[in-house]
Design a binder for this molecule. Structure first.
Ligand code: SAH
Length: 210
């Protein structure tokens, strides 16, 4: 496919998969216009990069379905002044979307080949407000805390305590909580240092946080 064909697919994705469902935030929709999803997958998947499903990347991992990336981004209600932490860089696609919405994004990946590749992909796209870290995202990034918003893109039974500690009071975290096959995308609001509100958004299926 050539650039024009990709951008046609991209516009259709935004129209039919995002706007026709419930994605309304103009800033989120704009972010999807700016980031070419086909640059985040291997050559074998470029033709299907804008379709309505997750895509395989290296190391047996996946990029989420476009709608889920959009929904998670919208739920966080990111402002241009915000500092955002993402756990599970994967391909870097979600980080690239967050980079359009926030002032600064920090993203952690435990699988080294993915860390290197995502870093290269964003550099090639000229996205320069994302810091990549190779490590265990369950520990968060204490040196950069607190964060206005945190997004976890791998599933866990229990919210890692350090991530809650590193979230600002009044801040939000979006995280899939549950077993391997049965999870609920959950929006957590940190009320104060002892209390969180949890809202279930939708059923989902992410790969596990390790
Ligand atoms: N957000 C990604 C998709 C995430 S897939 C994208 O847009 O492409 C989940 C990712 O979480 C995988 O890359 C996996 O390696 C990573 N992961 C799993 N456990 C982790 C951990 N403890 N710390 C950091 N990353 C982790």
């Amino acid at each position: 496919m050539n650039d024009m064909e990709y951008s046609l697919k991209q516009n259709q994705m935004i129209k039919y998969q995002l706007k026709r469902r419930d994605i309304k935030d103009e800033k989120v929709l704009k972010a999807f216009e700016k980031v070419p999803r086909h640059e985040f997958v291997g050559s074998f998947y470029k033709n299907v990069a804008y379709e309505d499903h997750p895509l395989a990347i290296e190391e047996g991992q996946t990029i989420s379905q476009p709608y889920i990336v959009a929904l998670m981004s919208e739920m966080l209600d990111i402002k241009p002044s915000h500092k955002v932490l993402e756990v599970g860089t994967g391909s870097g696609y979600q980080a690239a979307i967050l980079a359009q919405l926030a002032k600064k994004v920090f993203t952690i990946e435990t699988r080294e080949p993915l860390y290197h590749k995502a870093k290269r992909t964003l550099a090639n796209l000229g996205i320069d407000n994302v810091t990549f870290v190779h490590g265990d995202g369950k520990e968060g990034m204490p040196a950069e805390a607190p964060f206005d918003k945190i997004m976890v893109t791998a599933a866990t039974q229990k919210i890692p305590e350090p991530l809650l500690d590193q979230l600002k009071v009044g801040g939000h975290m979006i995280i899939p909580i549950g077993s391997r096959l049965n999870q609920e995308l959950t929006l957590v609001t940190k009320r104060d240092n002892q209390n969180c509100k949890r809202e279930r958004i939708v059923l989902c299926r992410f790969l596990p946080l390790i």
